[in-house]
Each structure stands twice: as C-alpha cells, then as structure tokens.
Write a protein that binds this ligand. Structure first.
Ligand code: IMP
Length: 193
C-alpha cells in the first residue's frame, strides 16, 4: 500500500485521516519516522507554511510528504488572524486569549463574516500539489458550545445556527475547511468509494 508521511507530531490527526482513507493510502506520522525535532513554520501565508513543512521532511527522508496549515480569515480585519491564528494574542504580547482578542478587535464592526481555510501541500518526486478547503461563516459575539478547539466556540458556519463547538464532530468534519481539503485530496487520487 502507498504510504505518505503526514508532517505532524499529532497522532490524533494521523489516525483520523487514516480512518477516512479506509486503507486506500496509509498516512504515517513523524514519530513513526523517528523524527522528534522542530519542523520550521515561519512563512507569511498558510500555503507557504504547508509547503515549508512538507518540503522539509521530503528533503530529509526522500519520502512523499503532505503537510497542512489552517487559518481563520476575518473580512473586517483585513484577513486577520489568518496565518497567525495559532498565536494571534501572544504575537501582540497580549494577555488576552486568541478568542477574546478577536472579539475585542471585531467589536466596532458590523461585518462579522469570516472563513476558515486549510491548505494541504503534497511534495513528492513528481513535484508539488496543493489541495484546499474553505468554510465560510460568521463570528458570533459570545462564545457558545463546548466541543472542538481553537476558534470553534465563536464560529458559526453558513447555513447553520450553531457554532462548530456546538456541533457533533461528524457534522463538523463533513463541512469543515479541513474536511473539504481532504475530500479534494481524495478526489484527486480517485480514492472515493
Ligand atoms: P493548524 O494549522 O491546524 O495548526 O491551525 C492553526 C490554528 O488555527 C489553530 O491553532 C487554531 O487556533 C485555528 N484552527 C485551525 N483549525 C480550526 C478549527 O477547525 N476550528 C477552530 N480553530 C481552528
């Protein structure tokens, strides 16, 4: 079976994607490769970061590698926090949480539209391929829901009245940026059922 390295130390992500792929391709994580160092991630776009991470591992091991990067892009804030989503508050030396800082910055604006975008970058001997997924929605004013992670408690996807954090994970995975990007990867390799 074809194996692709998923450039993440997060075993949970590897397991989740392998369940979706149902054995058609096997993803292996960095710990299975015996790599426990830092993968560089200092580009100014999520595409750049995904490519940087995948290429770093590909150059080191010569194995087909895929890497992922995600950001939350808020229209009224000119696309912030975007590529800095994971470290939004700390980047500004703020003692607020990422969510609190975002809500504060967005409070003067009427337009609360936003979208999540995930990019997967695959680097192989045959070159580089990108697969992306976007989920549009809006930022609500007060946190709601206890599931998920990151900005889930303040993001309500279009067509729904509840946040990602209030959804069951099956529904979220079907409509989410990450789910759509993975779907595009699966389609491109004709792996669908
Ligand atoms: P990563 O590239 O998947 O590590 O995501 C970067 C950051 O974006 C995370 O630390 C979260 O703050 C945020 N993020 C990514 N995906 C999601 C999601 O599905 N829901 C909420 N926040 C997310």
């Amino acid at each position: 079976m074809k194996k692709i390295v998923l450039a993440t130390a997060n075993q949970h992500k590897v397991k989740e994607i392998n369940q979706i792929l149902k054995g058609k391709i096997e993803f292996i994580g960095l710990d299975e490769l015996g790599f426990d160092g830092e993968v560089p991630e200092d580009q100014i776009t999520i595409e750049g970061n995904a490519h940087q991470k995948a290429d770093f591992i590909f150059q080191k091991y010569g194995l087909a590698t895929i890497a992922e990067d995600t950001g939350l892009f808020v229209n009224a804030l000119g696309g912030d926090p975007g590529v800095y989503s994971a470290r939004y508050a700390s980047k500004q030396h703020s003692n607020l949480s990422n969510i609190d800082l975002l809500l504060k910055k967005l409070s003067p604006f009427e337009d609360r539209s936003a979208y999540f975008k995930t990019v997967f970058c695959l680097v192989t001997n045959n070159g580089i391929q990108y697969f992306d997924g976007i989920c549009k929605g809006r930022i609500i004013k007060n946190q709601s829901g206890v599931g998920g992670f990151g900005y889930d408690p303040i993001f309500t996807p279009d067509g729904y009245e509840i946040t990602f954090a209030a959804m069951d994970s099956l529904t979220k995975n079907k409509i989410s940026h990450r789910g759509i990007a993975l779907e595009n990867f699966i389609k491109s390799f004709n792996l669908s059922d």
